[in-house]
Design a protein around this ligand. Structure first.
Ligand code: GRF
Length: 198
């Protein structure tokens, strides 16, 4: 049975594009929805160009009422009936109730070698620490931020003169290889981690 995938974005959606392009041929999954919490997110137009249904639920009108925003998100996802939800540059922190209601079916990509550098500014923190290697991680989402079982990691060397911007740029290429590789395995029910070296 082909798995149905919903992709949640907040911005340009380059990971979403990589995921969408990978789900062809004998891939065990197909994209059924790209949803953003920002109606201006550049990734929405890219998804529409790929023929993927798109939707925006602006989180701003909900103010501090995160539960109400997540209820709207939940209803939109219920309508799309995804088997898998991929967070791809989705910058809203999801609450425990929401995560429990989609338990084990939400994946996220984070731009660090977890458990190092949960949260934001991962590239600057890796440089400040003088790390020789940096990378990204795809994990199953649990109620703890940037935690949950690791399904894949991609590593790369930190080069002399690297800045947060150059690290971010070089890492994106690795993210675009790692996330589709993990999704292909996960959609086939194979939880063996994918390990890549850049
Ligand atoms: C990526 O670096 C991802 O790891 C992080 O947000 C960035 C989103 O990039 N969570 P894009 O929107 O997929 O281009």
């Amino acid at each position: 049975m082909t798995k149905r995938v919903a992709i949640l974005i907040s911005g340009g959606g380059s990971n979403m594009v990589a995921l969408g392009r990978s789900m062809t041929g004998d891939h065990p999954a197909r994209p059924v929805l790209v949803l953003s919490n920002d109606p201006q997110a550049g990734g929405l137009a890219k998804a529409a160009d790929m023929g993927i249904p798109v939707q925006a639920i602006d989180h701003k009108p909900f103010g501090k009422d995160r539960a109400a925003f997540e209820a709207a998100l939940h209803d939109a996802l219920l309508a799309a009936q995804p088997d898998i939800i991929c967070l791809a540059g989705f910058m809203r922190i999801l609450g425990a109730d929401f995560i429990t209601s989609w338990d084990g079916r939400i994946l996220n990509i984070h731009p660090s070698l977890l458990p190092k550098y949960r949260g934001l500014h991962t590239h600057a923190r890796a440089l400040e620490a003088g790390d020789t290697h940096h990378g990204c991680t795809v994990h199953q989402v649990t109620a703890a931020l940037d935690d949950g079982p690791v399904l894949g990691q991609a590593r790369m060397a930190v080069l002399p003169g690297d800045t947060p911007a150059t690290l971010a740029q070089r890492l994106l290429a690795l993210e675009h290889a790692l996330y589709p590789a993990v999704l292909r395995r996960f959609a086939a029910g194979d939880l063996r981690p994918v390990m890549l070296d850049g």
